[in-house]
Design a protein around this ligand. Structure first.
Ligand code: G3P
Ligand code: CA
Length: 263
């Protein structure tokens, strides 16, 4: 019946730890990823930037300013310079309610370090950020996925850039891809847009703010997954689940876990 169906629905919702459990700990640190796992996140979300010497690192912004004690563009810095930065203390200052001394002095991880720590059978949801300023980042990502023998069934690669996703698809058609989307007002999508995305991707990741049930149903009924970002309150999580999303990004995987459990 309906109740049983609703329960089944809850079970499959992918809980994506957005930048790790970034509501609780400094985003894109190994500590934050670890907390995401402990809080029942199914996927570790990793945003990628690339250093001057071609190393992929886990960072959201093109500049190190917001999430470290340094300044400047990642593309202009060597990995050794990025590694010298403190990627945790800013969080304690910005979020005193969640502050913890152990966050002080945390480093920016490389993608290699993430793979080394969390292993080949973990589930990674990796975003190519600013691919236009990092030519070759898709190839380097794929090289590391292969070097660490990452389980491709559990890997998702996401981007706002359709071009970057198409490059990934060309390099290795077995990699599952998600097209990120950003709406500024009431979300709509045409059959043509859905068909085009389906040529390379298995899902879409829209911002949740302007979604409605009709949009979600249309996408799902056309065979695409839908993982909205970034959902941090339980009522909205429940509403999106009721509307039919197949997963979502959250800074609080603990809260999504509770919603999935019906708590
Ligand atoms: O990747 C999903 C979501 O994180 C996209 O927005 O800016 O937080 O990377 P952003
Ligand atoms: Ca992201």
């Amino acid at each position: 019946g309906g109740a049983a169906m609703a329960k089944e629905k809850h079970k499959d919702i992918l809980n994506v730890s957005h930048r790790g459990a970034s509501g609780h700990a400094p985003e894109h640190t190994l500590v934050s990823y670890d907390m995401g796992e402990k809080m029942h996140g199914d996927y570790i979300e990793v945003d990628l930037q690339m250093t001057k010497d071609g190393q992929l690192i886990a960072m959201h912004d093109e500049k190190v300013d917001r999430t470290t004690d340094g300044t400047g563009y990642v593309k202009d810095m060597a990995l050794s310079e990025v590694k010298a930065l403190d990627a945790g203390s800013w969080f304690n200052e910005a979020y005193p309610a969640y502050a913890n001394e152990k966050y002080e002095g945390l480093q920016v991880p490389t993608l290699e370090e993430v793979f080394q720590k969390f292993g080949k059978n973990n589930s990674y949801y990796i975003e190519t950020k600013s691919p236009n300023i990092y030519p070759g980042m898709e190839k380097e990502l794929l090289r590391l996925v292969n070097k660490y023998d990452i389980n491709k069934d559990k890997l998702l690669v996401q981007s706002f850039s359709a071009e970057s996703l198409k490059i990934m698809h060309e390099l290795d058609p077995s990699i599952k891809l998600v097209q990120l989307l950003s709406y500024r007002s009431n979300a709509t999508i045409t059959n043509e847009e859905i068909a085009e995305i389906k040529e390379y991707a298995m899902g879409v990741g829209p911002n949740h703010t302007y979604l409605n049930e009709e949009y979600i149903q249309k996408v799902v009924n056309n065979g695409l997954e839908i993982h909205p970002y970034t959902v941090n309150d339980k009522e909205r999580m429940q509403q999106l689940i009721d509307w039919g999303v197949t997963g979502m990004f959250t800074n609080f995987p603990d809260l999504l876990h509770e919603v999935k459990k019906g708590k």
